[in-house]
Design a protein around this ligand. Sequence first.
Ligand code: NAD
Length: 346
Amino acid sequence: MTRFIDIDSVGKLIEQVGIDLFLKQLEDELIANFKQWPDFEKSARLASHSEIGVIELMPVSNDQLYGFKYVNGHPSNTARGLSTVMAFGALAEVETGYPLLLSELTLSTALRTAATSVMAARALARADSRSMAMIGCGAQSEFQAIAFHQLLGIDQLHIHDIDRQAMAKLQRNLAAYPQLKVSAFDSAAETVRGVDIVSTITADKTWATILTDEMVEPGMHINAIGGDCPGKTELQAEVLHRGKIFVEYEPQTRIEGDIQQLAMDYPVTELWQVLNGQASGRDDDRQITIFDSVGFALEDFSVLNYLYRLSLEHGIGQEIDLTPQLDDPKDLFALTRNKSHQHRAA
Ligand code: NAD
């Protein structure tokens, strides 16, 4: 039997565990897996592009488990009442190929992206960081805000979106966190002035320049989330030239990240190397650090593993017959015999 976790079950698990602890445990899972980076078989995700969006498959495995995610990115979807990003995924046993888990990953992608952003900021941002600007107040934004507030101690949040309703929604949803002071601004430039961390989480299938050179101040950490497809960027190229750049998996980020604007040999550091002490992170307090995030399969593998354990522990989720259970594995044809029909004939 394969475990099945739907949206409702993830919601229940978050309710039982509490979103703050959920994000913390997920960050721990991510750190543990990123530290094991060389043990994983990795590849850049397989993307199928259309004029208005992309559909991607993201596999990764170690010697025990294989995971993959199906995910789309369609910035124009929200105008149709659909999400920009939707996902599901699976976890399987390498030894037999048996699928252990089939899970929703839309909600879980937002959670793993927020936990990954915090993991990167913990390693790269100035340790005294307390304020963050967030440009883009869509589906990902609450998760990022809560993760940075609860796990990293951010207590001042400046927000901006071209959609005022999205800003109001974010403020409403963050009202449950009275220690987090949220201020809304009319322009991106005002939003980022004087903050320690800047998160860009916009969706537009275009060469956007959400953050320009003159907006970036010494010592800032930039958490760039929304530039994650060929021809879809958020940072002006000059910003990239001013900072030290960190990526998830370099072969994928060269194609999809903001660094697609740079020469292919422009130096970048993979985050896992900083996490396990093989490379330096921030060199001094005035350095600008940039996490050019596109989302990597190991992050989904981590959330799938975490969900699988939680689901069994809390008895939330269900077992489904995704693959056959046969008395004789060579007699697959037996499944074509309609049991109720046989019963009637008998
Ligand atoms: P969403 O469509 O729900 O929200 C995006 C928001 O950006 C919208 O509210 C929109 O009004 C705003 N926006 C667009 N252009 C803007 C601009 N010029 N200035 C200010 N605001 C602007 O999308 P989402 O699910 O929140 O995802 C946001 C982005 O993050 C997408 O591009 C998505 O592909 C990306 N993403 C990346 C990762 C990762 O791992 N790096 C994971 C999930 C999503």
